[in-house]
Design a protein around this ligand. Structure first.
Ligand code: C2O
Ligand code: CU
Ligand code: CU
Length: 573
């Protein structure tokens, strides 16, 4: 496979071909320097932790019956640092769990031994651009990279995954992901469940063929809505079961799925209590009847089995909800009137056969109570120091930076643009040290393809056929609905670098009935790095851009959307 990314990198190193209009006076040298692979350790960086990482093909027994499954997997070896820094999940396609401590200096040697390009991103960690796994650093087979960063994050849950543009979705799907925990002295003061009571809970969906091999999407249909698998896996295992004692547990839930959004809830209606969102503990625990959980998000849950009887079990479900998919598809999924129009046929085709639609009900994992114990930590009332951002924290209260979500036919975009490795728009340049107000919204601008606009080559390479079935333009799909709303769907928007806080979440006008099935499931009181934007929603966030200069991505964490170009970047300088 040719490394288009590396080619692009080299090309922009040579030509620095930035859009002149949008980028007057851009520091070209900085860009050029940024593109260089870091393949040597910096002598001045005294690492507390050193890890050797490798990505390669592997065969793993995932399903009980039949043969092993070919996957792509991260293998790691601890060269220096506390023993518990690396914890292997046995017989698993997931990479080892990385346990970091705030303040540690970490050096990671990464060698890509796949037969295709790849690079690792540490999702949730606040690290310098050089260590953030920007796709411009995508490694050819056999190439190596050296990451060096100090763990700046407070205690929380993060995860790492591949981030090679156009390959991210498929590589994560094939296994290139793993969980990260960070602890700090504030968290240590709390009496939270630890060790065997602190459980990883990585949720993913996969589809296997009759030979136990992973099936991924082919063609454009599924890519537009995102991959939805038939089987639900937790920590790399289908039909996951946990044996638990009658006490409190911490569950580090990571949604490592490509595009599936879960509505987490217990079968018996017990509410869920969260103590953390994304990479940070909350100010205080939050309890909800259910929790919406989108790709890229993490939720640290407090599960208390105290008082339950030995022998009983509790099942965590994804409960039914509506509104995440474009209206025609949603109608089809719910078996409402058949649309008849081409919209449903085109969009629904591939998806209907997948079995588990976006918003369907299904079990995720079973907790069996197997042992009675008398001691259990109590849920803390508060979870440590928390710095609250408000309107007053931002330096652009009246001029928020836009993140406009747009679904062009076969081409989801942000701010009217697809990803470009070497472009930054004027408003994507932010000053180091600033805290910005950012408004994320659905931009239902023009629905038809702009005059003369062609699908770009990237699409050809990645998507197979792009011809639309039925031969009609998207205009036809609109039916009674106005333009782009026809394509409106849920998007989990992720910003690299530091976490942000949600200042407001509003829904206007459309799809209110469907919205009722999800609206109690959002926790917006903590630090976030990924936020689910439902159709009709407008979300305002406050985002600090501190400590590190450089290029930091923002994108849809529906990984198919990301690979289709629904990604941009900020330049912090
Ligand atoms: Cu988890 Cu840029 O992604
Ligand atoms: Cu990230
Ligand atoms: Cu999206």
């Amino acid at each position: 496979m040719t490394n288009k990314i590396n080619y692009n990198r080299r090309q922009f190193l040579q030509h620095s071909a930035f859009g002149a209009a949008a980028l007057t006076a851009f520091p070209k040298m900085l860009f050029a320097k940024a593109g260089q692979l870091q393949n040597k350790a910096t002598p001045g960086f005294k690492a507390d932790v050193e890890i050797q990482f490798v990505s390669r093909d592997a065969y793993i027994p995932i399903l009980k019956n039949g043969g092993k499954t070919k996957v792509q997997k991260y293998y790691a070896e601890l060269l220096k640092g506390p023993k518990n820094t690396l914890v292997e999940l046995k017989n698993n396609y997931l990479g080892p769990i990385l346990n970091f401590v705030k303040g540690q200096k970490v050096r990671i040697y990464y060698k890509n031994m796949l037969s295709e390009p790849s690079i690792i991103h540490w999702h949730g960690l606040h690290v310098p651009q050089h260590s953030d796994g920007h796709p411009m650093y995508s490694l050819d087979p056999g190439q190596s990279y050296v990451y060096e960063f100090e763990v700046m994050n407070n205690a929380g849950t993060s995860f790492y995954h591949s981030h090679s543009h156009n390959l991210t979705a498929e590589q994560v799907y094939k296994g290139l992901a793993g969980l990260i925990t960070v602890t700090d002295s504030e968290e240590q003061k709390l009496d939270l469940p630890r060790d065997e009571y602190d459980l990883p809970f990585v949720i993913q969906d996969r589809t296997f063929n009759t030979q136990n091999q992973l099936q991924y999407l082919h063609g454009m249909h599924g890519r537009m809505t995102g991959f939805l698998g038939k089987d639900i896996l937790v920590n790399g295992t289908p039909n996951a079961e946990f044996s638990v004692k009658t006490r409190a547990y911490r569950l580090r839930a990571v949604n490592g799925s490509n595009s599936r959004i879960y509505k987490l809830g217990w079968d018996d209606g017990t509410p869920l209590t969260a103590i953390g969102t994304d990479a940070h503990l909350l100010e205080k625990p939050e309890t909800r009847p259910y929790l919406m959980f989108a790709p890229g998000e993490r939720i640290d849950l407090w599960l208390d089995f105290s008082g339950r009887s030995v022998g009983s079990k509790l099942v965590i479900y994804s409960l039914p909800y509506e509104g995440a998919m474009p209206p025609k598809m949603e109608e089809q999924r719910l078996g409402k009137k058949s649309s008849g129009g081409m919209g449903g046929g085109m969009m629904g085709g591939g998806m209907m056969s997948s079995g588990l639609g976006q918003g369907d009900k299904f079990p995720i994992a079973t907790f069996k109570i197997t042992e009675k114990v008398s001691d259990s930590p109590k849920l803390p009332k508060t979870l440590g120091p928390f710095e609250r951002l408000t309107e007053a924290s931002v330096d652009n209260p009246n001029k928020p930076i836009p993140i406009g979500i747009e679904m062009k036919p076969m081409r989801p975009m942000l701010n009217g643009k697809s990803f470009s490795m070497n472009r930054v728009l004027d408003f994507e340049r932010v000053e180091l040290g600033s805290i910005k107000k950012i408004k994320i919204f659905h931009d239902h601008g023009s629905m038809k393809m702009e005059e003369g606009e062609k699908m770009d080559k990237d699409m050809d390479m990645s998507g197979g056929k792009m011809k639309m079935e039925g031969g009609g333009g998207m205009g036809m799909m609109g039916g009674g609905m106005g333009g782009g709303m026809m394509m409106s769907m849920a998007h989990p928007i992720h910003l690299h670098g530091q976490q942000f806080q949600v200042l407001s979440r509003e829904i206007e006008g459309m799809r209110q009935e469907e919205y009722k099935t999800v609206k109690e499931g959002f926790i917006d009181t903590g630090w976030k790095d990924t936020v689910l934007v439902m159709p009709g929603e407008e979300i305002v966030i406050a985002k600090p851009f501190q400590d590190y200069k450089g290029l930091f991505l923002y994108h849809c964490h529906n990984l198919e959307h990301e690979d289709l170009g629904m990604m941009r970047q900020f330049y912090i300088g």
